[in-house]
Every structure is written in structure tokens, then in C-alpha cells.
Design a protein around this ligand. Structure first.
Ligand SMILES: [Zn+2]
Length: 290
């Protein structure tokens, strides 16, 4: 079987790390609202891939998280005069209901970020000990992007181009504007947990890296998600995992067939001709791999 690795932009022969077994992770939703049809399409796409692997005789272990603590959830809760936990529970249940109605198989493991704080703190501590992360004076902890020589490989970006082109928030607590938050210090009224750096909550990119490692191990065979997650989310996940555990996560160039898959709408011929030549300022779509 050959599958399209969105990190290398190539079709590659798929060979699982362990013969006959596939460990697969797909980033789940942030549960602050009902999902829309585009979200559902992503999850249905990966369900088809999972079912195909199972039908082909692979023993597939499939994990998918629920991001149940996040700025959007807190904002929605404040707007509605509810707690963040109430909002997250409502939309977690609705998401699961919609997936079952669409005949998408339940994941083998469905970890929730708020139940995985301990493994995330452990990973952040490891990254600090190894010089890949630092605690700022304000209680945040940041990943030092330039400490990872492979940063940019997953999404095909050059670190210096990021400085020029990316919309990076100015933040005087960071050593480098490129650095991203692993742990966010608590603000008044926000859900928080104790940590070695004070009360706070994990950054979004931190949860998937820690959950993959806990439930599937590192490396895994297939990491999936919507194409909009390739940068920064998948890039940052990969940076944490490879730096913390010195294993491909998967990483392009890995001699084993570790693969990043992203679900995206396949442009029709007419859409292709309309979009590609005319929008030179936007990123051209790579050739369809279907
Ligand atoms: Zn993720």
C-alpha cells in the first residue's frame, strides 16, 4: 500500500513499525460548539482509512483526543454564564453522538485533556531538563523552537521564513517570538491545575504529544488531522515528542514508514483552474493525491 505523506508531499510505501499492527492518532475537536460538515468530513475520512486498514488485516489501535480546556471553551462559558466544564461536557457528548450517527467507529482510546494533566506536566519537565523549554517569570512555560534542529520539517517551513511571514504575537515573556506555550499561567476565573510552575493549564499543542506517548507510544505509524493543523499544531506536537523522547513521531525522513496524513477537500478540475493561476499570493495547493 502506498499512502500520501503530507510531510514529505510524496506517496510512500506503507510499512508499519511493527508487522501487522498500526498505531494511529487523529487530532480530535475542541469542544466549544457543534461541529460542522467540514469537521465531520475529516473524521469520516480517517474512519474510512482505519476501516480499510482493519479490513486489510492490520490490528489497528486508534486514539483520538477531546480538547476540553481551551480559550474558546472558556470564552463560550463566560458568554453563557456557565462553567468551562459544562460547555465541554455538552459539546463532547454532542460530538460523540454525531460521530455515531455518521457510523464512525468509536476510537479505542478517547483521552480528554483535563484528565491528562499529569502526563503533560511530566513531558514539560523532561523538555525543561533537556534544555528544550523554559519557565518564564509570569508562570508560563515555553518551548524553545530554535533548540530543535528539525523544526519545520512536518509542515515544510523554514524557521527564518517563519520570522518574516508568520503572524507571531509579541510577548516579552518569550526568549524568542517563535517559541510557543507548553503551559499557561492561570488567569482569574479560568480552570487551572497545580504544577511546578504554579497554577495553570496546558497549551493545546502539549496535550496531543503527551496523549500519543501515553496511549500509543512513540513513534506511531500514522498521525492524522485536518490540513489546517499541519502548522503550527502538528509541527509543535512533533517538536515536543522528538525532543522529549528522541524518537521520530512520525518524522519525515524516518527510515520506517511513519506518516503524517491530513484531510483536505480535493479540488475539482474547475476549482483548480480557478484557484491556482489566479491567486499567486496564496499558497498553491499541492497536486491531489487521490
Ligand atoms: Zn492534536
Amino acid at each position: 500500500m502506498r499512502i500520501y505523506n503530507s510531510a514529505t508531499h510524496k506517496k510512500e510505501e506503507f510499512q508499519p513499525i511493527e508487522s501487522g499492527k498500526v498505531r494511529m492518532y487523529v487530532c480530535g475537536p475542541t469542544v466549544y460548539d457543534n461541529i460542522h460538515i467540514g469537521n465531520a468530513r475529516t473524521f469520516i475520512s480517517f474512519d474510512v482509512i482505519r476501516r480499510w486498514l482493519i479490513a486489510s488485516g492490520y490490528e489497528v489501535t486508534f486514539a483520538q483526543n477531546l480538547t476540553d480546556v481551551d480559550d474558546k471553551i472558556i470564552k463560550r462559558a463566560n458568554e453563557q454564564g456557565r462553567t468551562a466544564a459544562e460547555v465541554a461536557t455538552e459539546f463532547s457528548d454532542k460530538f460523540i453522538g454525531v460521530m455515531r450517527a455518521a457510523n464512525v467507529l468509536d476510537p479505542d482510546v478517547r483521552p480528554r485533556a483535563t484528565k491528562e494533566i499529569g502526563p503533560m506536566i511530566a513531558m514539560i519537565k523532561t523538555l525543561i531538563e533537556q534544555g528544550h523549554a523554559y519557565a518564564a517569570d509570569n508562570g508560563d512555560v515555553y518551548f524553545a523552537v530554535r533548540s530543535d534542529p528539525n523544526y519545520g520539517q512536518v509542515s515544510g517551513r523554514n524557521i527564518d521564513d517563519l520570522m518574516v511571514g508568520a503572524r507571531i504575537e509579541e510577548n516579552e515573556d518569550k526568549n524568542d517570538p517563535l517559541d510557543f506555550a507548553l503551559w499557561k499561567a492561570a488567569k482569574p476565573g479560568e480552570p487551572s491545575w497545580p504544577s511546578p510552575w504554579g497554577e495553570g493549564r496546558p497549551g493545546w499543542h502539549t496535550e496531543c504529544a503527551a496523549m500519543v506517548h501515553r496511549y500509543l507510544g512513540t513513534p506511531i505509524d500514522i498521525h492524522g488531522g485536518g490540513s489546517d493543523l499541519a502548522f503550527p499544531h502538528h509541527e509543535n506536537e512533533c517538536a515536543q515528542a522528538t525532543c522529549a523522547w528522541h524518537q521520530a513521531f512520525p518524522t519525515p525522513g524516518c527510515t520506517r514508514a511513519c506518516c503524517w496524513l491530513t484531510a483536505r477537500r480535493c479540488p475539482s478540475r474547475s476549482e483548480t483552474s480557478l484557484r491556482w493561476p489566479r491567486s499567486s499570493s496564496s499558497t498553491p495547493l499541492p497536486p491531489c493525491a487521490c
